[in-house]
Design a protein. Structure first.
Length: 222
C-alpha cells in the first residue's frame, strides 16, 4: 500500500513565514499591541486563535481577536499574487508521487490563502488531497491535522511521513504517531526541531529532494 507524504506549506514548501511575521506585527500594532517580531516568528504555524493567545496571553481582551486575525488576513492577502515557493518544492512533490506516495498538504491555511499557496507550489498534479484549517477543530500542535491527512490518504500513521519547519509540526506528528522530517527553511534552529521530535533535518526541500533515496521516504513503489 502507498504511504502518505504529508507536508506543511508555510516555511516548508513556500518561503512565506516572514511575510506572516510582518503581517501579524502590523495587525497587532493596529490593535495597539507592540509584539516583538522574534516572538511572532516562533508562533507562526499555530492557528490564528492560538497564536494570538500565545503572544497576548490568556488574560487579553479576547474580543479583539477577530479584528486582529482579520487584519492579518487582509495584510497577508496583499502578497497572494507573488508568494514564493522554495526551489525544488514542486519537483519534490512530483518525485514522491511518482514513487507511489500520496502527497497530502496539512496546513493552517484555507480558502483564498490556500489557493494562492497551491498556485505558488505549482504541483497540483502531484497532490492527493489537503487537510486545511477549515477541516479540523484544532490546528497544530494538535495531532488532528496529521491524523486527518493520514485518513485522506487512506493509510495508517506508521505508513506516513510528515515534513514541516516548526516545533508545532514536529509535535503534531509525534502525537499522531507519524514519522517526522524537519527543514530549516522556516528559520527555527535545528536543536529546537530535534527536541520537538524531528527524526531527520534538512536545510530545505531542495536538500531533501537531493537525498530522497536516503531519507525517511526512501525507495518506494505503489
Amino acid at each position: 500500500m502507498a504511504g502518505a507524504a504529508i507536508f506543511d506549506v508555510d516555511g516548508t514548501l513556500t518561503d512565506t513565514n516572514h511575510l506572516h511575521v510582518v503581517a501579524w506585527w502590523e495587525a497587532f500594532r493596529q490593535a495597539g499591541h507592540l509584539v516583538p517580531m522574534s516572538d511572532i516568528h516562533r508562533a507562526v504555524g499555530l492557528s490564528s486563535g492560538d497564536l494570538i493567545e500565545r503572544l497576548l496571553g490568556a488574560d487579553r481582551d479576547a474580543e479583539e481577536d477577530s479584528a486582529i486575525s482579520g487584519a492579518h488576513k487582509v495584510l497577508y492577502g496583499t502578497y497572494y499574487d507573488r508568494l514564493p515557493a522554495f526551489e525544488g518544492a514542486s519537483a519534490l512533490l512530483r518525485a514522491l508521487a511518482e514513487r507511489g506516495w500520496r502527497v497530502v498538504l496539512a496546513t493552517s491555511a484555507s480558502g483564498p490563502e490556500l489557493t494562492a499557496l497551491r498556485r505558488a507550489v505549482d504541483a497540483d498534479d502531484a497532490i492527493w488531497d489537503t487537510a486545511s484549517s477549515s477541516d479540523v477543530a484544532e490546528g497544530k500542535p494538535s495531532p488532528e491535522p496529521v491524523r486527518l491527512a493520514c485518513e485522506l490518504a487512506g493509510v495508517r500513521a506508521g505508513d506516513a511521513v510528515f515534513v514541516g519547519d516548526s516545533v508545532w509540526d514536529m509535535e503534531a506528528a509525534g502525537r499522531a504517531g507519524v514519522r517526522s522530517v524537519a527543514v530549516l527553511s522556516g528559520g527555527i534552529p535545528r536543536a529546537e526541531l530535534e527536541r520537538a521530535g524531528a527524526g531527520m533535518v534538512y536545510q530545505d526541500v531542495g536538500e531533501l529532494l537531493a537525498h530522497l533515496g536516503d531519507s525517511a521516504f526512501g525507495p518506494r513503489v505503489s
